[in-house]
Design a protein around this ligand. Structure first.
Ligand SMILES: NC(=O)c1ccc[n+]([C@@H]2O[C@H](COP(=O)([O-])OP(=O)(O)OC[C@H]3O[C@@H](n4cnc5c(N)ncnc54)[C@H](O)[C@@H]3O)[C@@H](O)[C@H]2O)c1
Length: 330
């Protein structure tokens, strides 16, 4: 964001979460924009971790927090009326592919109806830019790679992926009917400090640090396009800065690793050899994710900068400094 083009006020939903807290940190550090954060501190994982994520921002006069559910349209409208944001980064979501299979109603309610509420507020209050965190899950199981934005997305494996696809389509209709400038970033496997504790890196590292065996899904040959959260945040910053009508853009490292390779990187970074036991892969877990970043390079001028070895080292050092400690022990 150059000084002249800077957005005055950015509303970030899900700002107390993993990607949201990194985004807010970057915006507060690198711009003079104000932040309105809406988060309901849901119990998808320990809400005290989210409280800890946003703790450093609470004293900043350019930051305001609303503990609210995006599904409460009346309250959302009150916040928009009071705060008059210029742009939205919509990150709030239920985000667990596997849990979504057994709790689809909640996923549809938060991820689709919640998004619809934000779109309605955007229309009513004249929002100038809507940035949405979509997901690589929309691609489902694909044999060919890398995944391009033009590829078929009619067969996601989980209601989570289905909800993200539905949200993208809804956003398009608001662009078409109300000229809402919108950009859907299909985020691929973000990792890094403060990441959700129920994802593979924190689950493994915590066990390894405690000398316990780790679980490997299947034979460890599934590939994931692990992308450092700082790179994901850079893409969101560029999406805020550049003018757009409507776009869908992949944000991924484009260098997928098998789970076995990831474990090797983690073992090296931590200096610990893990004891591994295997469990069957989940039925809603895709074989691979692999982003084509051509469009991101072309339209955003974005490319991933963090090598996985270095990103995982940062994650390990954060964990060793207490990042993975249970919050009640602190
Ligand atoms: N982390 C990834 O690898 C990844 C990959 C693809 C897409 N995404 C998307 O990026 C976004 C952020 O993901 P994250 O990894 O930071 O997850 P996260 O769970 O850490 O953050 C999501 C935040 O949304 C909040 N939230 C949930 N329901 C809400 C509601 N009804 N009202 C208000 N707030 C609510 C949660 O409390 C949480 O703080 C999500 O939309 C997710 O689907 C993430």
């Amino acid at each position: 964001m150059t000084k002249n083009q800077e957005i005055k006020k950015i509303l970030v939903t899900g700002g107390a979460g993993f990607i949201g807290s990194h985004l807010i940190e970057t915006i507060l550090k690198k711009t003079s924009s104000r932040i309105v954060c809406i988060d309901n501190f849901d119990d998808a994982y320990d809400p005290r971790l989210k409280q800890r994520n946003i703790e450093p921002f609470l004293k900043n006069l350019r930051f305001i927090l609303y503990k609210n559910d995006i599904r409460d349209l009346t309250k959302m409208k009150q916040i928009f009326k009071k705060e008059k944001p210029d742009a939205i980064v919509h990150l709030a979501a239920k985000a667990d592919t596997r849990k979504a299979v057994l709790s689809p109603f909640e996923y549809i309610s938060v991820n689709i109806e919640g998004t619809l509420n934000l779109l309605e507020c955007s229309r009513e209050f004249g929002i100038k830019k809507f940035v949405f965190a979509s997901s690589s899950s929309v691609y489902g199981n694909k044999n060919s790679a890398p995944f391009s934005e033009e590829d078929q997305t009619d067969f996601p494996l989980s209601p989570y992926g289905a909800s993200k696809k539905a949200a993208e389509i809804l956003i398009y209709t608001y662009h078409h009917n109300f000229n809402l400038p919108a950009i859907c970033l299909r985020v691929f496997n973000a990792y890094g400090e403060r990441m959700r504790p129920n994802l593979v890196l924190p689950l493994w590292l915590k066990k390894m640090l405690n000398g316990e065996p780790i679980e490997m899904s299947g034979d460890g040959t599934r590939r994931r396009d692990f992308t450092y959260v700082g790179d994901t945040v850079n893409a969101i910053m560029l999406a805020l800065k550049k003018p757009f009508d409507f776009e869908i853009i992949n944000i991924g490292n484009s260098r997928p690793l098998t789970l076995n390779q990831l474990l090797h990187v983690l073992e090296k970074a931590a200096g610990i050899t893990a004891t591994v036991y295997k469990r069957p892969s989940h039925h809603a877990s895709v074989e691979q994710t692999h982003a084509s970043t051509k469009k991101a390079k072309h339209l955003l001028g974005w490319k991933p900068l963090m090598p996985i070895e270095k990103g995982v080292k940062r994650f390990v050092s954060w964990a060793r400094n207490g990042g993975l400690e249970d919050i009640h022990k602190r």
